[in-house]
Design a protein around this ligand. Structure first.
Ligand code: MCA
Ligand code: AMP
Length: 486
């Protein structure tokens, strides 16, 4: 297929492509650094990337794609159990990391290549290796949680990256003149695909904050950045900071586009931001497996509480429990969102069972998200089919994997995990634990540390309740709804 990044070969050589704090690379610099690295990579294999929020991560992923291989971005805060699973499942040939990064024990058996992002003065840029990659070849393997068991690797082909980024360019009038600012992690679709590969496909620039803060956003937007991407927690923190921060209000007021996604942005935060800045945040809706499905368009009505209309090329329908399609757009009838189109993944790595279950017989992907459709086609997400999926800070977290981790703690006899509303995180993780010894139950901090060490810090329970027994129905199944209501 044609290049994913035309600007690397025929574009604005001296325009900044990537900027991480004080460190940046022009298109010529990126072509040189990624080209030199790509020449050292296996064709068509899988290459893990230690995805810290630094310049090297972006160079590494571009190089892997240039080489026609698939990148497996790793959360650098993954605990040993999670990392061990991802490595065993994806079996990468190499791991790419920034020089000096210390990699944890599960990665020590994988051959390591350091990423040299600073090739200035190293002579003429190395030519990008000719990649004869096919559109259906895997580009990324992104791990995403399900309701039970360990995360699954979503295999995202090159065609899906190109399709979704070009559809967003259409919806958002996104061009090479845009300068994007964000502080999203680089091991998920939002920060990596939209936030890094998006600007590079357009021939524009991204400025990554390293770590999100409202002040960092204000600084960059007041210094020429045109777009902001964030999860609702980030916009919530911006909304909280706005009343005391005129620079932030000015910055957001001057932005061309403010985009929120990964979870629902509460209408209250929409309204506070609009009142303080005169600008409306627009929402788009996507998933790791589908990339982007819908968006409020830059030239459309920015209706708070909706995720807009299907993107070009995406077919979307609402379906009843019995599989019948909801034809009416009455803004009231709730159905599951199903999507079809070239933006979709090809399947879960090593999991044909899960892949088959995710699609209908005629190729529609079951998102598990419940929605209604307004008469003019706008989609409003109203909930999720599975109560065992929790969205916290924009991260999707399966209750089952946390329950399994808790059960591995010697002080825990039984465990159930639920999500409850949280003004900052959207939902917070709550653990309901029957202690092995009621006289000395494990403390909340101890259990949070245990989960953070085994899985990842964002999967740690924020609240722990101790119970004598878990409520179960006649079949022995834990009644989570009654837990949350207690
Ligand atoms: C606290 N910390 C701990 C512990 N307690 N670490 C280990 N063990 C503990 N017991 C540390 C944390 O690691 C973190 O460290 C710091 O304390 C604060 O943690 P926390 O409060 O959890 O988070 P936060 O820093 O306040 O993060 C909020 C956030 C984050 C920045 C909004 O949730 C975030 O980046 N969310 C983005 C999620 C995302 O990109 N989702 C996209 C997937 P330290 O400060 O050192 O880090 S969805 C997707 O891709 C689809 C396609 C879509 O639609 O977009
Ligand atoms: P992930 O599996 O981490 O990629 O998360 C995908 C899920 O995030 C979707 O299935 C939705 O539940 C949720 N999501 C993404 N964007 C939005 C949005 N704008 N509004 C509501 N939910 C969203």
């Amino acid at each position: 297929m044609s290049s994913l990044f035309p600007a690397l070969t025929g574009g604005p050589a001296e325009r900044p492509a990537l900027c991480f704090g004080e460190r940046s690379l022009t298109y010529a610099g990126l072509a040189g650094a990624a080209g030199a690295l790509a020449a050292r990579l296996p064709r068509g294999g899988r290459v893990a990337v230690w995805a810290t929020p630094v310049l090297e991560t972006a160079v590494a992923v571009v190089a892997v794609l240039q080489a026609g291989a698939a990148a497996v971005p790793l959360n650098p805060k993954s605990g040993e159990k999670e990392l061990g699973h991802i490595l065993a499942d994806s079996a990468p040939e190499l791991v790419l990391a920034a020089p000096g990064d210390e990699l944890p024990p599960p990665l020590r058996g994988v051959a390591r290549v350091d990423v040299d992002a600073d090739l200035r003065g190293a002579g003429p840029a190395a030519p990008a290796p000719a990649s004869d990659a096919d559109a259906e070849d895997p580009a990324l393997i992104v791990y995403t949680s399900g309701t039970t068991g360990p995360p699954k690797g979503a295999v995202i082909p090159r065609r899906a990256l190109a399709t979704t980024l070009d559809a967003l360019a259409d919806a958002w009038r996104w061009t090479g003149d845009d300068v994007l600012v964000h502080g999203l992690p680089l091991f998920h679709v939002h920060g990596l695909v939209l936030g890094v590969l998006g600007p590079l496909r357009r021939g524009g620039s991204v400025r990554h904050l390293g770590r999100f803060s409202p002040q960092g956003v204000a600084r960059e937007l007041n210094d020429g950045a045109t777009m902001l991407f964030g999860v609702p927690t980030m916009y919530h923190r911006i909304a909280q900071a706005l009343p005391d921060d005129p620079e932030l209000a000015k910055a957001l007021g001057g932005a061309r586009l403010l985009v929120s996604g990964s979870a629902a942005l509460p209408v209250h935060d929409h309204e506070r931001i609009a009142a303080a800045t005169g600008r409306r945040v627009i929402e788009r809706y996507g998933m790791t497996e589908t990339l982007m499905n819908t968006s409020v368009r830059a030239d459309g009505e920015p209706r708070a509480g909706t995720v807009g209309v299907p993107l070009p090329g995406v077919e979307l329908r609402l379906v009843e429990e019995d599989g019948s399609v909801i034809a009416s757009r009455d803004g009231e009838t709730v159905g599951e969102i199903q999507v079809r189109g070239p933006n979709l993944f090809t399947g879960y790595l090593n999991r044909p069972d899960a892949t088959a279950a995710a699609f209908t017989a005629d190729g529609w992907f079951r998102t598990g998200d419940m929605a209604v459709r307004d008469p003019d086609g706008y989609v409003r997400i109203v909930g999720r089919k599975a109560t065992d999926l929790i969205k916290s800070g924009g991260y999707k977290i399966g209750a089952g994997e946390i329950e399994n981790a808790l059960l591995e703690h010697p002080g825990v006899r039984e465990a159930a995990v639920t999500g409850e509303p949280d003004p900052d995180l959207g939902e917070r993780i709550v653990a309901w634990v029957v202690p092995a010894d009621p006289q000395s139950p494990p403390g909340a901090e101890e259990l949070a540390d245990h989960v953070a060490r085994r899985l990842a810090p964002h999967k740690r329970p924020r609240v722990v309740h101790h119970l004598a027994t878990l409520p179960r129905n006649d079949m022995g199944k834990i009644m989570k709804r009654s837990l949350s209501r207690d």
